[in-house]
Design a protein around this ligand. Structure first.
Ligand SMILES: *[C@@H]1O[C@H](CO)[C@@H](O)[C@H](O)[C@H]1NC(C)=O
Length: 156
């Protein structure tokens, strides 16, 4: 229940296309087809993934969140990407903030909206996170023909 309220608040407060949104401080990979040999977890066996909170809305429509909006925070990153494939693929996306040197921004809330042809997806933090000045986010989906996501990162 709390999560739902938080989500509604987050969505209401954030909206789309806010000014000052920029993805320039975000490193991200393409929506990349992977095999069991090239999965993040195969290539980085020592990294522990932390599952983000996950809310499924309708088929293939999932919202991943971590943390919550805090008074005084602001939108730091807004990033969108989409891809479709002629045949179903296992895919991954890796995002990392900041892309370069520390920006000194403490992260408060991370939201990733996913829409895809597959039913399920994974959203994980692999490094950093809420209350820290860096984060690495991994998105995964198996046997999907399409994958669309939009990421919002807030901080102060
Ligand atoms: C995708 O498949 C891999 C390998 O079988 C599995 O570890 C992972 O949990 C699956 N991901 C999702 C989102 O179902």
């Amino acid at each position: 229940m709390f999560l739902v309220i938080c989500l509604v608040l987050c969505i209401t407060v954030s909206g789309y296309g806010q000014p000052h949104a920029r993805a320039s401080d975000l490193y991200y990979t393409d929506i990349t087809a992977v095999t069991d040999e090239t999965r993040y977890t195969t290539l980085n066996p020592d990294i522990t993934l932390t599952e983000m909170n996950k809310v499924k809305h309708t088929k293939g429509n999932i919202v991943f969140t971590s943390g919550e909006r805090t008074s005084g925070d602001r939108l730091i990153v807004n990033h969108y990407d989409d891809e479709s494939f002629p045949t179903p693929k296992d895919i991954e996306v890796l995002m990392s903030y900041p892309a370069g040197a520390s920006t000194g921004v403490t992260l408060t809330c991370i939201e990733v909206y996913v829409d895809q042809s597959a039913d399920d997806a994974g959203g994980y933090l692999s490094k950093g996170g809420i209350g820290q000045t860096n984060v690495e986010i991994l998105l995964t989906s198996n046997l999907t023909r399409s994958f669309v996501y939009e990421t919002f990162i807030y901080g102060y």
